[in-house]
Design a protein around this ligand. Structure first.
Ligand code: ZN
Length: 114
């Protein structure tokens, strides 16, 4: 099924080869998100299933630019990778965990001539 956001190889076979959030979870990987616009670069780590709860099953290429940098507010410089964190790197690693998903009520207004 064509996807409007996915601009890379759309061949279904190829697309099936791209690691998905559940693959990263199985491998014990984290979702590493880096803003390459900010200096110094800001990197955050997320649990794959936290991201899954928000956007559903996605492969790593579809997650590019889905995040927004909390510092500069840009999306277009956000690089996303699945990362295996091992040994020494695990000690003191700060991950961003999902606390809750809040549904926000937002009124939409329009002017109407009577
Ligand atoms: Zn940034």
């Amino acid at each position: 099924m064509p996807d409007v956001e996915w601009k890379g190889s759309a061949h279904p076979y190829r697309e099936n080869q791209i690691p998905k959030l559940t693959d990263a979870e199985t491998l014990g990987q984290f979702v590493k998100v880096t803003c390459t616009w900010c200096s110094p670069k800001i990197t955050r780590y997320y649990r794959p299933m936290d991201i899954y709860k928000i956007v559903g099953q996605q492969h790593v290429l579809k997650l590019q630019r889905r995040f927004r940098c909390e510092k500069c507010g840009r999306k277009d410089y956000m690089e996303v990778a699945f990362k295996t964190v091992m040994g020494e790197e695990i000690k003191g690693l700060v991950i961003r965990e999902l606390v809750e998903i809040r549904m926000v009520k937002r009124p939409i207004w329009r002017d109407k001539k009577l």
